[in-house]
Design a protein around this ligand. Sequence first.
Ligand SMILES: Nc1nc2c(c(=O)[nH]1)N[C@H]1C(S)=C(S)[C@@H](COP(=O)(O)O)O[C@H]1N2
Ligand SMILES: [Mo]
Length: 420
Amino acid sequence: MDSSELKPIAGGGLLDRRLFMQKGLCFSLAAMAAGSSEASMSSSQRLPWMREPGKAFSNYGQPSPYERRTIRWTMGNEMAPGNGVSWTPLHDLEGMITPNGLHFERHHNGVPQIDPQQHQLLIHGLVRQALVFDLQDLLRYPMTSCLCFVECGGNSNAGWHRRPIQTAAGYFHGMASCSEWTGVPLRILLEEAKVKGGGKWMIAEGADAAAMNISIPLEKAFDDCILALYQNGERIRPENGYPLRLIVPGWEGVVNVKWLRRLHITNRPTMARNETAKYTDLLPSGKARQFSFVMDAKSLITSPSFGQRLLEPGLYQISGLAWSGRGRIARVEVSADGGESWAEAELQAPVLAKCFTRFRIPWQWEGDNTVIKSRAVDESGYVQPEREALIARRGRHGYFHYNAIVSWKISAQGDISHVY
Ligand SMILES: Nc1nc2c(c(=O)[nH]1)N[C@H]1C(S)=C(S)[C@@H](COP(=O)(O)O)O[C@H]1N2
Ligand SMILES: [Mo]
């Protein structure tokens, strides 16, 4: 390959995003690997698993034992073990879908072990006809799928800390996961119940011991909410709401009520704990933002990122995730010189609304100290803010809804740390 093709298109060595797709681009590492695999093919050097029959079949697959470090990081509460969080290891994953066993978790009072035969959904309140469904009923309705993220409104909250937290990308931003959710469009059931004129809100309640509830405008319920029964093709995991969960695409996690048992149609919100004391943002004016449901655009470089190491100068692929509750990601820009210059990353198809979008860009690292970061722009024109801009807008009393640009510092030795 001719070296002029490796001419940077922005500072810090960012290369044209189409480069990886051009013929003739090969890493020198790839050539070395080919040599060694030839040697291992000779019969005298057959590795143990090539010499004897493998393991028998299994009823349910598990990851390779060599991948046992790709795990959720859990943080419980000693006083109330069922109240806590676990984070998706975004830094160890690729593509856009989160494996079910690695979907993040946020529970207020543990995971109920629900017998699906005894679970029911009630729709009542300001409706002409109150309705009760068991799962057998729901499974007969027409279904649809939505590939979308679920993100806790408290995700990335360490970004508000005065000093940059030093932790892996997923254990900082991984209260966000992305799945194919399949189930019955809520609109169908609401039309069956016939909402009365005054019905403007719905209060969704879970069957967990917290009986967690939250108010959702009916307009959204009629738009794209799903009563989800399946997650990435299989029935929803207990941790994520088995046997029935409300999916509210693009809106903060807490409205995606798990273990859904009741939808109460009302004329106003109920002012539940999670829409008053929590998930609201105290602004510099002294007023609080409330019902800030839509998750603003965010992006994050997952590779290279904190905890990984660049072993030597050379060609790398910067890869990360971007998403927006407002719709599709329009573009992601990457900087490899601390924000002096930016280049557009390649977006991996399909680019779907309210869904994780994978971005990539080739990068020639010369072995210098530098800062890499990404900036998402969504189809509404919203641009992911720098941290100072977010703080100027929201002040310093916030805890929720942090979506500022994330910067990783690369040292001349190739170590990676989190910086503001
Ligand atoms: N019934 C019920 N639904 C719930 C919760 C809960 O504790 N109980 N937690 C909420 C919060 S705050 C979030 S962020 C999401 C987390 O969904 P997950 O655990 O599937 O990732 O579920 C929401 N739905
Ligand atoms: Mo949440």
